[in-house]
Design a protein around this ligand. Structure first.
Ligand code: SAM
Length: 263
């Protein structure tokens, strides 16, 4: 047992697999405060790019899609991006703590200032013609369904579109698991459906409330190569990629979009 394991029960080495981490101990509020407590311009950019991709890949107006977000964590941003396009939004999240946090967050009457900010960015990205409500919570309560499950157990070809923010590379230190996670993500969508996914670039892992969690340190090119193997019409946007970390484990990311293959 390494010193890290003795102290926290969690492995911190780069080759640890998803099952080596205690995801149910993930401190959702600490994660929210660290990553989204102070909105960063890169978060606004991810929203704008994700909305642009959903509008490009699903040009029809109206809210008719069945959309899944994988590894949602304590984050409403994926919902904000897809809400105007979605008849139904599924959060497919593994950690019991995050599932409980998401449910409680959607029951709150007051939208946190951070969510007000990110919803404003999403509304602006969609433009005034969508006539989106000031408060997204009533629509989210109607449309969101939160399912506790692993990315590795996603059903195949169930959804019309899928989003994934910092999940496949942030749940394991193993390349084979990263590739399997990406395949499961793309395979969950019906052929031709839209895929939107953000990945950390060259991250060395992240810490939530004193616990280490894994990230596979990959270049943007390597991530893009994996995505090219599982999706069509892949496009990449590189955002904020810097040499030094801005937040724990964060030195920029790549946003990949594409469409699901027949497989
Ligand atoms: C870095 S966090 C990203 C959270 C959020 N999507 C965001 O953008 O901030 C990684 C997320 O993956 C979840 N996760 C861990 N293992 C998973 C698995 N096997 N299947 C699906 N999600 C998993 C974690 O609970 C956590 O919510």
């Amino acid at each position: 047992m390494s010193a890290d394991t003795a102290a926290t029960g969690i492995r911190t080495d780069a080759t640890a697999s998803n099952a080596d981490y205690q995801w149910n101990e993930f401190d959702s509020e600490a994660y929210f405060q660290h990553y989204y407590g102070e909105p960063h311009p890169d978060d606004d950019l991810v929203i704008r790019h994700a909305v642009e991709a959903l509008c490009r890949l699903v040009p029809s107006p109206g809210a008719g899609l069945d959309v899944v977000d994988v590894g949602t964590g304590p984050n409403l941003i994926p919902f904000f991006c897809a809400l105007p396009k979605a008849a139904r939004l599924t959060a497919w999240e593994y950690a019991a703590s995050n599932v409980a946090w998401l449910k409680a967050e959607l029951l709150k009457d007051e939208l946190r200032p951070q969510w007000q900010h990110f919803w404003r960015v999403a509304r602006e990205a969609y433009g005034p013609s969508e006539r989106l409500a000031d408060d997204p919570i009533p629509a989210l309560r109607r449309k969101v369904c939160i399912e506790q499950g692993s990315i590795f157990d996603l059903p195949r070809h169930r959804w019309d579109a899928a989003t994934m923010f910092f999940c496949a590379e942030s749940i394991t230190g193993r390349m084979d698991e990263f590739e399997r996670a990406c395949e499961a993500f793309a395979g969950a969508v019906k052929p031709g459906g839209a895929l939107v996914a953000a990945f950390l670039v060259r991250s060395g892992g992240y810490e939530v409330a004193g616990r280490q969690f894994p990230v596979l340190a990959l270049s943007a090119e390597r991530i893009e190569a994996v995505f090219n193997g599982i999706a069509d019409r892949v496009e990449a946007r590189h955002i904020g990629i810097v040499e030094r970390e801005i937040r724990s484990g964060y030195a920029g990311f790549v946003l990949l979009t594409g469409v699901a293959r027949q497989s």
